[in-house]
Design a protein around this ligand. Sequence first.
Ligand code: NAD
Length: 358
Amino acid sequence: MAAFWTEPDFDDHELVQLVRDARSGLTAIIALHSTHLGPGAGGTRFWHYGNPQDAMRDALRLSRGMSFKNAMAGLPMGGGKAVILADERGTKTKAMLEAFGDAVDALGGRYVTAEDVGISVDDMAIVAQRTRYVSGLAPQGEQAVGGDPGPFTAMGVYHGIRAAVAHKLGSNDLRGIRVAVQGAGSVGAGLARLLARDGAVLTLADINADAVAALADETGAEIAPTDAIMSMSCDVFSPNALGAVLDDDGVARLDCAIVAGAANNQLARPEHGPMLADRGILYAPDYVINAGGIISVTLEYLCRMQGSPCGINEVRARIAQIPERLQQVWRESEASGRSPDQVADAMAMQLIGRGDSA
Ligand code: NAD
């Protein structure tokens, strides 16, 4: 059997740690892809995996993704991720979270954790009793940052959509721009409210019929069946539900000028980025446009470590810079003939000191 660090997913991770705590029953993997720009930052996922290999693959891919996301957001953080391997019943105890906090602490700040799928703000508060290397804690005071990153991610996607519409359609006005929003959860709902405020014409789809009906009522949107939202004739398709929606079938079905949304890992495989470009569809690379949440939790962390709580305006100002990075990617894509995802990957690799000429 080949050594696992020769597998493509390993991609020169600096550290991969298996954490076992017999007393609490904790089994976790902490993966640090790169600390070139700063401590590896990325959330902790609590998930029941079919086998340990899937857990390892998830940790490695997510950790590498965080290196790229943090670098492209201009944050002084590297990339890391942790997964806690849940049992079939999803048993999660205080003792497990405490043991996990001890493991994070033992890394002395090389890894900074936060919430991810299956981990709540309350869970993180338990982890934070054992280590200070935690972000995404509840805000202290009205103007302080922290807590749920969803609204900040929505804000970044909103700015990104405005930039994409200006770039592709030559309009600085969202009035009458037709946006199909897949997913009406934390990010999708926040995004829909911001777009509706600007006069965009919205169609929403979500498997949660009650949530989508309430949001449509509030924003004046139409509702589409979940299996029809990707083929809607629109200006912008915005995926905010699942990853890997841009597969062979998905790319072929699109009837839009722009794809710009928050979902992680939207491209099912690397070739789907060039396929979008071949169809003349402008793509906003997911980890560039969806960085609003990580900007919020990182600033909360950095300010807390420096003992100077930073305000919401600082976070907003950083999120408003997401369009500049997107424009840089799109300009380079047009100049080089490479697709935006390929350009973004190459830029991110350069930023973390692993580019061709690094
Ligand atoms: P969420 O769980 O609050 O919302 C997801 C929504 O998608 C839910 O309402 C769910 O019912 C819906 N959904 C699930 N399957 C669907 C389907 N087949 N068709 C239509 N809708 C479907 O999650 P969220 O926090 O809003 O995140 C949305 C996406 O953005 C996720 O992929 C997440 O990984 C990504 N993301 C989120 C953040 C953040 O700050 N929350 C940051 C970066 C990326």
